[in-house]
Design a protein around this ligand. Sequence first.
Ligand SMILES: Nc1ncnc2c1ncn2[C@@H]1O[C@H](COP(=O)(O)OP(=O)(O)O)[C@@H](O)[C@H]1O
Ligand SMILES: [Mg+2]
Length: 243
Amino acid sequence: MQLKIENLTRNFNGQKALDNLSISLTNVTSLVLIGPSGSGKTTLLRVLAGLETPDAGTIRINQRPLLFDEASLHSHRKRIGVVFQGYNLFPHLSAEENIVLPLTKVHGLTREEAMARAHTLLSRFALTGHKDKKPAQLSGGQQQRIALCRTAALKPEVMLLDEPTSALDPEFTTEVLDLVHGLQKEGIELIMVTHEMGFAASAADHVIFMDQGRILANGRPEEIFKNNPNTRINAFISKVLKY
Ligand SMILES: Nc1ncnc2c1ncn2[C@@H]1O[C@H](COP(=O)(O)OP(=O)(O)O)[C@@H](O)[C@H]1O
Ligand SMILES: [Mg+2]
């Protein structure tokens, strides 16, 4: 993907969640955002998803300007897939119906087409045995994997993931990250916020470190994680990796 952000600002009650943030990236397939709590990572993802309107600044994704009038947002949201920390599934629907419903209702696929797409993904990620279960009958890890499949089924131009493992019991983290890795291998491009530094280091092709609504550093994972001269970034990384 190409991502060009210029002077992006978003205030909440006079506090700058995004503070004149700019970046220009080309040929990135897996962009990972890291940084301390409150640094603006979620706000940036929500703006990119078209769920939050900036106060100032411009964004281009793959050359196309992101505009914030209702009509533009409507078509933008159809092109972008979003998965947040938890509670992503409709509780009253089976796993399979969770994947099928947005495909038929929002994207206009026939039920047969939607079913075929759902089954391909369920089978690819060894979830077929769970297709008839409701979210409450699934573990947190299974629920989040279904949520990722549901979003991937929409074939989004870019998938935005906000700490998809942070609400999970630790034993489920790996299976969810494995699925994200599988999606990458299928060619899905993503922007992901995570505190899983091992995953960021191994799966990202570009890392952005955010602090106080700004980008403190960005580069290839090895530039960010190995012998970073920035003391603030080093302090954060050692803290996250301490135990
Ligand atoms: N809807 C909101 N209303 C008020 N303040 C918000 C809202 N969303 C985010 N903020 C504030 O913006 C800052 C950045 O938050 P956020 O983007 O959630 O950071 P991160 O995801 O890096 O933890 C924080 O100070 C947060 O309190
Ligand atoms: Mg956040």
